[in-house]
Design a protein around this ligand. Structure first.
Ligand code: NAP
Ligand code: SF4
Length: 677
């Protein structure tokens, strides 16, 4: 057992049961809840995390009754369907873990027509308007919460988490923003918190004393008309008195316009809220949001921010997070980089969640990690995310791997991503692969441009080309002018950019470059984030003067440069960005005054700047530089010669398809190829 994390790894005694450490795997909806055979796959998913030593886990949210369903898809694994859940609990217990069922009533966030809420107030992020619950329906809903908890107990769960944050039904009762009732369930604060208190009280009465009730409360609503700090404290105390064993915490309603878990949120950006609540309550308190490494978890508990830390996505990225920390192998943890690309963005587009840096997540049965029957000698060319994933997966299966990289470092495009302020954590993926290369004894050859002749003469059984991409040079008049620079040179610090800049191309990289150029300084140290600056930027008031925790004068962002972001398409700029992060990326640039122009016809780059035309009307953008972010073309020069030489060659990542250059696809493709090698 590691001596490095004595607080994080200390057991937590709840009286009737004991948790093996202070790490909570927070609730995540995976999409397996609705999938055919989902219960068995969820059982495998949770069991793997239990074997990885998670102290306590929480399932995705299950509705206590049909009206409370989120309604994103048909639920096959309903809260009441005991046998499917028993599969999960048996697998978790066999692996030595503990698991809670989360009970979530969506209220006005439900994506179906039969939605209900305290009052008929439509959510700004939902097309459906809820119907106000009658007093009799409120009573029934309270009993449904308690009955659901009893069913969870019968199915073998160790307890339940009652979802009272993020803007779902319970929070809708608590705030006057959504509770306009004039009866005993609305009006005064005492009336508005009757619903959560009754949920906890009736649940406790139904399940008995020796069953964990964790209540997740909202510490910062981040919406106008949200709860005040005084009310938040009073609610937490009341919930404790009603019978909760643990208080978990949530930040921000889903309709809030402040990012709470995306990459631009610094690590531990909101733990000051639990630190403030901790002295007020007696039961263990859990802190959450952008916690992704054991050092940080240890510090948060040691310094009194909370009694437990909740991490959800970090357990998608690495099921063995806790075990590695406990065995002094924290440098082997595959860190969640908060990209949201394969987890939340999958869920929001109707796909099963997984993880960009760990494609096995939620697909544990699809990747053969067993030793290869016939080990081969494999050459991998290119040490970007795809090449790294292939090399390390293949070496893990017993193949002898030589990894060639033309530059002096591994990481490929991630070296550029980590240069963007807010994306510093991408460097953790490079650290993870660097360590795996050492552990797997991969023959890494940096500064080596492998030639086809070398590869053909090297005695390899197969070659994997992960040679990536080269930036596209569009045929704009004046493209050779000194003002025109490539995004690669900008992000790698090879050129200095002036105060007025036009960006040609508004894909993921155009947006990244715009964000980069709005900052006077480069990326910071992710382990020592400037949380105050983040809160100020997004208009969060750390003094919590008003309900909801927002500043009256709003976000306070400025840009270091005057920036134009351009594309030829007439569609909304950034339409292709991830669903869960795109809105925040766009909002930040808009708040910083970046001018976004679509439908652009590029005319020329010259000493005066960049001349464009929109709807046939010419306009000179008097810029010092034009940064070209016009996509990429595949680099696969070696392919034909290798095939002609009789070599078995595989193309992966950007070398395979530049049009869809995407680390998620590259890593997934690499892992599947390695599983089949
Ligand atoms: P991209 O998404 O394909 O965007 C290329 C941009 O260049 C488009 O705006 C395109 O718009 C423009 N363009 C294409 N050909 C052009 C030409 N001949 N002349 C002028 N403009 C041209 O490529 P990317 O931005 O380089 O991103 C590559 C990949 O990196 C993405 O697909 C994504 O997977 C990944 N990435 C994602 C993110 C993110 O989502 N946050 C961030 C970074 C990277 P028009 O054709 O309309 O002008
Ligand atoms: Fe974290 Fe990205 Fe993986 Fe989601 S996809 S768990 S945000 S690394």
């Amino acid at each position: 057992m590691s001596a490095a994390y004595p607080h994080l790894l200390a057991p937590l005694d709840l009286g009737f049961t004991r948790l093996k450490n202070r790490v909570l795997m927070g609730s995540m909806h995976t999409g397996l809840e609705e999938a055919d055979g989902g219960a068995a796959r969820l059982a495998a998913f949770y069991a793997e995390r239990a074997r990885g030593q998670a102290g306590l886990m929480v399932t995705g949210g299950f509705a206590p009754n049909p009206a409370g369903r989120l309604g994103l898809a048909e639920e096959k694994l309903e809260a009441g369907s005991g046998e499917g859940h028993a599969l999960i609990t048996r697998a978790v217990h066999a692996a030595g873990g503990k698991i809670l069922l989360q009970i979530l009533h969506a209220g006005r966030y439900a994506q179906h027509a039969d939605l209900v809420a305290p009052s008929a107030v439509k959510a700004p992020i939902n097309k459906f308007t809820p119907r106000a619950l009658t007093p009799a329906e409120i009573e029934r809903t309270l009993d449904d919460f308690a009955d659901c908890a009893a069913t969870a107990r019968e199915a073998g769960y160790d307890g339940v988490e009652i979802m009272g944050s993020e803007g779902y039904l319970i929070t809708q009762f608590v705030t006057p923003r959504t509770n306009l009732r004039a009866d005993d369930w609305g009006g005064s604060f005492e009336n508005r918190i009757r619903f959560p208190i009754e949920v906890v009280r009736r649940t406790r009465r139904k399940v008995g004393r020796d069953f964990i009730i964790m209540y997740r409360t909202s510490l910062l609503d981040l919406v106008e008309g949200g709860t005040t700090w005084d009310e938040t404290v009073r609610l937490a105390k009341a919930v404790e008195a009603a019978g909760a064993d643990i208080i978990n915490t949530g930040i921000g309603w889903h309709e809030a316009r402040v990012p709470t878990i995306a990459h631009m949120v610094p690590r531990g950006a909101f733990t000051w809220t639990t630190q403030r609540l901790k002295a007020e309550i007696g039961v263990p308190l859990v802190t959450s949001n952008r916690i992704n490494n054991p050092e940080q978890g240890e510090m948060l508990i040691a310094e009194g921010h909370a009694d437990m830390v909740s991490m959800a996505r970090p357990f998608l990225a690495d099921p063995e997070f806790v075990r590695k920390a406990a065995e002094d192998r924290a440098d082997e943890i595959n860190t969640c980089i908060a990209c949201n690309q394969a987890c939340l963005d999958h869920i929001f587009t109707g796909r099963v969640a997984t993880c960009m840096v760990n494609p096995r997540a939620c697909r544990e049965d699809e990747f053969d990690a067993s030793p290869a029957a016939a080990p081969k000698r494999l050459a991998v060319v290119g040490a970007g995310p795809g090449g790294l994933a292939y090399a390390t997966f293949a070496a893990e299966r017993g193949h002898a791997v030589t990894l060639f990289e033309a530059s002096d470092r591994i990481g490929g495009q991630f070296n550029m991503a980590m240069a963007i302020p807010g994306k510093e954590d991408y460097g953790e993926t490079i650290r993870y692969y660097r360590r795996r290369i050492e552990l797997m004894n991969i023959d890494l050859r940096l500064n080596t441009s492998a030639t086809a002749a070398d590869l053909l003469a090297g005695g390899y059984d197969e070659v994997v080309l992960a040679t990536g991409v080269t930036p596209r040079r569009p045929g704009i008049d004046g493209i050779d002018h000194a003002k025109a620079v490539s995004y690669v040179d900008v992000l790698l610090g090879r050129v200095t950019v002036g105060d007025r800049v036009a960006i040609v191309g508004a894909g993921g990289i155009g947006f990244d470059v715009a964000e980069f150029l709005t900052h006077a300084e480069g990326p910071g140290d992710p382990a020592a984030p400037d949380i105050d600056a983040f809160l100020e930027d997004w208009g969060v008031d750390p003094a919590l003067a008003d309900g909801g925790g927002l500043r009256a004068d709003g976000p306070q962002m400025t840009s270091a440069r005057q920036i134009y972001l351009l594309q030829r398409k007439t569609t909304r700029l950034g339409a292709g960005l991830g669903k869960s992060t795109g809105w925040a990326i766009r909002a930040a640039l808009q708040l910083k005054g970046v001018e976004m122009i679509g439908g652009v016809d590029y005319r020329r780059i010259d000493d005066d700047g960049l001349t464009i035309a929109v709807d046939g009307v010419e306009r000179l953008l008097p810029v010092d530089n034009v940064v070209i972010c016009a996509g990429q073309e595949s680099l696969r020069d070696l392919y034909d010669d290798l095939v002609a030489g009789g070599m078995t060659v595989h193309l992966i990542g950007g070398a395979d398809k530049a049009a869809e250059l995407d680390a998620e696809r590259a890593i997934d493709q690499a892992a599947r190829l390695a599983a089949a090698a």
